[in-house]
Ligand binder design. Structure first.
Ligand SMILES: [Mn+2]
Length: 277
């Protein structure tokens, strides 16, 4: 039995199947962790969702910004953009079932796993974890957001939760603003500005970042201790590199022509499948 953490799928269904063949995935024994952004930009969002739904008992999925955008478009809260490629999900007879299921997926997953190096606590979110959050903060804030997304009033939640502002904890004046910032921390964050606000504009490489931008994972993170291992996706420009032993970037940009990556958590072995033409 092994746990595999898999990077941003973004509709790359054929690459997922090839990767699962490479790792000899056995749904009766193995567990797949998905770091979110299951859909969009790539060609086969519907097939990805149908497949993951069919093996959902063998999966730990956290939601990414594209997944939440899909939910909001499906619920007529947001408009589909010309860049969105999840029309197949919206047109599917299974749409409601799939979207209802997506709403039950959390924004984080925490689990202790026995590795070759002893017991480690793996923590997965889509984009990252803000430096000032403890594990308890993560659980509380993430579960609060999921509670609204899963509730009958999810439309009200989706109406106020999109937007880039406020981008600093000190600028949150209402509970709604704080939840918007918390969702952005979990699903969209890459860099902090020097004043402690998050920068949601620059998406590129760390070495080419303008001015004083610093990746979230370069800050001293309250959640880390010696047995913690963070897993995240969302940031294809990192190409899997954080230069931190205990923080793994899983998004290797399959939808952008690069590759889909899986890491076996028990020994941190990395497997990948190049983008298929
Ligand atoms: Mn993302």
């Amino acid at each position: 039995m092994s746990n595999y953490a898999i990077g941003d799928l973004q509709g790359c269904y054929r690459e997922l199947q090839e990767l699962l063949t490479t790792i000899s995935f056995d749904r009766k024994k193995d567990v797949l962790w998905f770091c979110g952004d299951l859909v969009n930009r790539g060609p086969d969002s519907l097939n990805c969702m149908l497949y993951l739904y069919s093996i959902r008992d063998s999966c730990k999925i956290v939601l990414g910004n594209h997944d939440i955008h899909l939910i909001a478009v499906s619920d007529s809260i947001r408009k589909k953009s010309t860049k969105d490629t999840f029309g197949d999900v919206l047109k599917s007879p299974k749409r409601k079932e799939l979207i209802d299921w997506l709403k039950t997926c959390p924004l984080h997953n925490i689990e202790k796993i026995i590795t070759e190096d002893g017991e480690k606590e793996f923590v997965m979110t889509h984009a990252g974890i803000p430096h000032h959050w403890t594990k308890e903060d993560l659980i509380k804030n993430s579960n609060e957001l999921s509670g609204y997304l899963e509730s009958k009033n999810s439309n009200t939640f989706l109406e106020y939760v999109f937007g880039d502002e406020p981008n600093h904890l000190d600028e949150c004046r209402t509970p709604e603003e704080k939840m918007r910032l918390n969702l952005n921390y979990l699903t969209r964050m890459r860099f902090y500005n020097s004043d402690g606000s998050i920068n949601l504009k620059y998406k590129g490489k760390v070495e080419a970042a303008p001015g004083d931008l610093k990746p979230w994972f370069e800050h001293e993170l309250k959640i880390m201790n010696q047995d913690t291992h963070l897993l995240f996706g969302h940031w294809a420009a990192l190409n899997g590199h954080t230069a931190k032993q205990n923080i793994t970037a899983l998004d290797t940009g399959c939808a952008w022509g690069n590759k889909l990556t899986a890491m076996r958590l028990e020994d941190l072995s990395v497997f990948s499948c190049d983008k298929l033409n």
